[in-house]
Structures are given as C-alpha cells and as structure tokens.
Design a protein around this ligand. Structure first.
Ligand code: C5P
Length: 300
C-alpha cells in the first residue's frame, strides 16, 4: 500500500462541565462531545522520514514542526510498534484551526489510523485509543466520533445514544484561542469569586434531549463552563452569539474553548438560512452549516 486517506470529523461540546484544577494541571470534566460533518482528511504516503504538509482552509495557521499533533501521533505509533517508520502526511484542512473544534486532535486521530494501515501494523482500535489519550484529551473522541461523554481529562469515553440528526451552524472567528489559555482564564475568573466549584455531573435533561432527537430541548440545555473565559478573552463573541439567537438559533454556545461559536438550527434548511444570515453580518466572515452525529476517523 503506497497511500492511505482517512477522514476525521470536527466536534462541538454540548455539555462541558469543568471541575476544580487538578495537581497535574488538568481539570476533571464531564465533556459531552458530538461529532459534526466538517472533516479534515489525512493522507499518509510512503516516505523515508516523518513529515507533514497542510493544504486547504487556514493551512498557514497550522504548525509544521514538533508541535504538530499529526507528527506526534505518527512518532508515538512508530514508538509503540518498536520500529523506525517514515510517512509523508498531507492534511487537507476544513476544520477551523485553534477554534475549539478539535481540529488538531482530528489530525492526530487521522494520522494514527492512516499510519496503522500504511505500515501494516494491524493494531486493534483499543491500542490506538490508548495512544490517542496520551496525545491529547480530545484525540480519543476524534477516533470514536458519534456522541459520547468523556470523563477524567475527557479521554475516558462512553458512547451516548441520539434519537436523530441535529443541524448546526459554526461561525468561525478571526484568529484562534489556545486551549490552555482559556482553561487558565476559567481558573482566574473562578478564583476571583469565593464560590465553591461543584463536581461535574452529566445533565439528565441533556441526555433526554439527545436521546429523543429533540433539537428544541437540546438547544435549551447546551452548557459550556469555558464560555465565560472565552468571552472574557474575546468580548466580541457575545455579539456573534446574540446575532445567532436573533436569527432563530435554538441554542447558541461557544464551541469548547472557542473562539468558534455553535448554533443549533431546527433543520437543514434553517441551518442554511442561518449560515447565510450570519455571513452577511459583521460578526463572522465564515459560517459553516453541518450536521451531527457523524462517525469518527475512517479510511476512505
Ligand atoms: O490534553 P490537551 O493537550 O489537549 O490539553 C491542552 C490544555 O488544556 C492542557 O495543557 C490544559 O491546560 C488544558 N486542559 C485542562 N483540563 C482538561 C483538558 C485540557 O486543563 N481536562
């Protein structure tokens, strides 16, 4: 086999509950991930060494050095297999970069699945999930897709049933936000109040809304504990969320650590209308309609 292509989805968090800061610098979460139909493609081609190039939207914003999670994924897999392997990775980007939609994690998941195939390792999914969890908290979900709750750092996943498709619009912001910076801002905002930080709990009404496929209910129960921090760092996102609500979004929320904003629509036609309406306002240049849940990393 000389080339393998893997398609990997973006995610939105429909519940992101953040517990107190742990000693290891992470936070215990209840993180309900939902995979949506904005996809990166990771192509793995035979090569002497491990390299990466990036094409497509926002390609110039992706690091090509050791910071690149797809490179880290290929190296981690080669190490796990105990051999020296090479691969030329080509990432075709559609997921916003540093946008709170797990774009980097998607590319890492894509690289794991593609290199496992290209190098003929035949490692089972569970082994790839272990490596994924070491690469980043969101990488296991990018492998799995669908809708799932993540506890611990967000990497310990259980699948959740959904009663149908949900239709979304994602408003892409100028520039990205660093996940670590947003968590640190969340800690700072919390430290400024004396309120106790509750232990994160999975929301029952949210589970019901997902299970019934009722978009109106889901819209009412979307929550993100990182949203106040993202809004503090990017106050203009409040206008983006407001514009979506004015155009009839059933729910409006910052996606993960942001700055992408997610809007829940009533159906596919409403998502198209909402995307068109948002892209003619001055709150975003790019509004992308998408649906979920969709599968995780798959060879195409
Ligand atoms: O796991 P990942 O490398 O994606 O995390 C990036 C950063 O996000 C971490 O360094 C940490 O600051 C923050 N984070 C956290 N708690 C989590 C997940 C991520 O504080 N559960």
């Amino acid at each position: 086999m000389s080339s393998v292509t893997v398609r990997v989805p973006a995610k939105v968090n429909v519940q992101l509950s953040v517990g107190p800061l742990r000693e290891d610098g992470y936070h215990d979460l209840v993180n309900v991930f939902h995979a949506v139909s904005i996809f990166d493609e990771v192509v793995a081609k035979e090569s002497e060494s491990i390299t990466v190039t990036v094409e497509g939207n926002w390609a110039d914003r992706v690091p090509l050095d050791d910071e690149n999670l797809a490179i880290q994924a290929a190296r981690a897999l080669a190490k796990h297999a105990g051999r020296t392997y090479g691969v030329a990775l080509v990432i075709k980007k559609a997921i916003p970069v540093a946008g709170g939609m797990a774009g980097g994690s998607a590319d890492a998941a894509g690289a794991l699945v593609a290199c496992n195939e290209l190098w003929g390792l035949g490692l089972p999914f569970e082994d790839l999930m272990e490596i994924a969890g070491d690469l980043g908290s969101d990488v296991p979900f990018s492998m799995l897709g669908g809708t799932a709750v993540g506890i611990g750092r967000g990497e310990q996943l259980s699948e959740l049933p959904t009663g149908g498709q949900f239709h979304w619009v994602f408003a892409v912001a100028e520039g990205g936000l660093s996940t670590a910076t947003v968590y640190a801002e969340c800690d700072r905002l919390r430290a400024a109040t004396s309120a106790e930080i509750p232990w994160p709990q999975l929301s029952d009404p949210l589970l019901e809304a997902l299970g019934s496929g009722d978009a109106r209910k889901l819209g009412a129960y979307l929550t993100n504990d990182l949203q106040p921090a993202a809004l503090k760092l990017r106050p203009q996102l409040a206008h983006t969320l407001e514009a979506g609500r004015e155009h009839g979004a059933l729910g409006a929320i910052v996606s993960g650590s942001g700055p992408t904003c997610a809007f829940l629509a009533t159906d596919a036609a409403h998502a198209d209308q909402l995307a068109t309406a948002l892209s003619t306002t001055n709150v975003t240049r790019t509004a992308i309609p998408a649906h979920g849940p969709v599968p995780g990393a798959v060879v195409v």
